[in-house]
Write a protein that binds this ligand. Structure first.
Ligand SMILES: [Ca+2]
Ligand SMILES: [Ca+2]
Length: 175
């Protein structure tokens, strides 16, 4: 009998010992698992931000390129007009009045703007002489697209081109 009690005490002791060890093990495993899960979630968020930023940058670049291409293909005299709804007729006039995206009133930098797919698109035309296409030999055309990425950072894509007046024959010579 004494022997049986001794054995049971020994067994119980072993059981208790084994239970305590399992609990610590489980807690360690839980902590390790939590760290792993948190790391995986952070990586997924990071990857998602990267994908969204890449997609928005590609869209912004396409919008900027298409705006510059439209300005390149317009007749020179109509450089300050825009056909934003692409119905073949220009319905929008670029502004130099310091409003709606135009930074400075009357500085000779004409501005047009629109927002598409959460991307703010602005473009400017500046002539090297005068304020009308007819008097200039060159026009600097710039388009920029701004958007806010998933992390909250503001990003910008900007392209610039120079176009020459095909009818420009030089300054009149005064005698
Ligand atoms: Ca139109
Ligand atoms: Ca201006």
């Amino acid at each position: 009998m004494k022997h049986a009690v001794k054995t049971m005490t020994k067994r119980c002791g072993r059981v208790e010992e084994a239970g305590g060890f399992t609990l610590v093990e489980s807690m360690v495993a839980l902590v390790v698992l939590s760290i792993g899960v948190i790391g995986t979630i952070a990586m997924c968020e990071w990857a998602q931000q990267g994908l969204q930023r890449g997609a928005l940058t590609a869209t912004a670049l396409a919008l900027v390129e298409s705006r510059l291409e439209e300005k390149r293909s317009l007749p020179w005299e109509q450089l300050l007009t825009d056909d934003l709804d692409q119905d073949g007729t220009a319905e929008s006039q670029m502004r130099d009045d310091g409003m709606q995206g135009d930074v400075t009133n009357g500085d000779g930098v004409f501005t047009g703007s629109m927002t598409r797919s959460n991307i703010r698109l602005e473009w400017t035309v500046e002539f090297n002489r005068g304020r009308q296409p007819g008097t200039a030999s060159l026009a600097t055309i710039e388009a920029r697209a701004r958007f806010r990425a998933l992390g909250g950072q503001e990003r910008e894509v900007r392209l610039r081109t120079i176009r020459a007046n095909p009818r420009y024959v030089g300054l009149p010579v005064l005698s």
